[in-house]
Design a protein around this ligand. Structure first.
Ligand code: DC
Length: 230
């Protein structure tokens, strides 16, 4: 294997919320037979634990100590995955608008990022994986063999998020969802540690007004061009 990894390549997919990362990562992983690692879900899982604990966010040492005790697993399920934290299925609980905002806040803390960086390295280093997040191509796997940066206009991203939430039965208005998406992206891009940023060698795809199928074919073609038989 050209990459020197045992199971295949590392593919990094970064971008702001609602850019289509989750859907595209899931579909691309299915096409390539790769494992999908949703790093946002990992940050969300820690945020849920912090929220339940009632710890003050500014006690970074206590937050990191709590997060270090949480075992996060993905359980494959019917083409998708469930998120398991210390044995509990938290897949739905981590998707509320409140947890989204809290996640964006705690993911700015160095202690929290250190814990997940280590875990994500362990999960991905043998390859055969697609990781989606904000800092995969810049910090987690700067040596990823293929990198994408997905974008779309704030309105389109907010609309997608709104539809996702509605499908999951989460109460939200379109206006609030667009505003929350914009606020979260500003926070994620402005933070000091591992901010949301396109890696210089990432291929940027703006999916505004393009179907998922079209973006997916472009991505798959690019992966296959770079690697004859992934
Ligand atoms: O992709 P998502 O919306 O589930 O991510 C939730 C939050 O987690 C996002 O606002 C920022 C943070 N995050 C991060 O800081 N680094 C990552 N690699 C993934 C997510």
């Amino acid at each position: 294997m050209r990459s020197g990894r045992n199971n295949g390549l590392v593919i990094a997919i970064d971008g702001p919320s609602g850019a289509g990362k989750s859907t595209l990562t899931r579909l691309l992983a299915q096409r390539l037979g790769y494992i999908h690692i949703d790093t946002g879900a990992m940050y969300r899982t820690l945020a849920l634990a912090v929220s339940r604990s009632g710890l003050p966010l500014d006690d970074e040492a206590a937050v990191a100590a709590l997060c270090g005790g949480i075992e996060i697993r993905f359980r494959r399920d019917d083409g998708g995955y469930r998120v398991i934290a210390n044995g509990e299925d938290v897949s739905l609980a981590i998707r509320t608008p409140e947890i989204s905002m809290l996640t964006s806040q705690i993911s700015a803390q160095g202690g929290v990022r250190e814990i997940l960086l280590k875990l994500q390295h362990e999960m991905g280093r043998e390859g055969g994986v697609i990781l989606e997040g904000r800092d995969i191509g810049t910090v987690v796997f700067p040596d990823a063999e293929v990198k994408f940066f997905l974008s779309a206009t704030p309105l389109e991203r907010g609309q997608r998020r709104f539809l996702e939430l509605r499908d999951k039965g989460v109460q939200a208005t379109l206006e609030d969802t667009v505003a929350a998406v914009v606020q979260r992206d500003e926070q994620d891009a402005a933070r000091e540690l591992a901010p949301l940023k396109k890696a210089p060698d990432a291929v940027e795809i703006d999916s505004t007004g393009i179907t998922i199928e079209e973006v997916l074919s472009r991505m798959e073609q690019l992966v296959r061009e770079r690697v004859p038989s992934p």
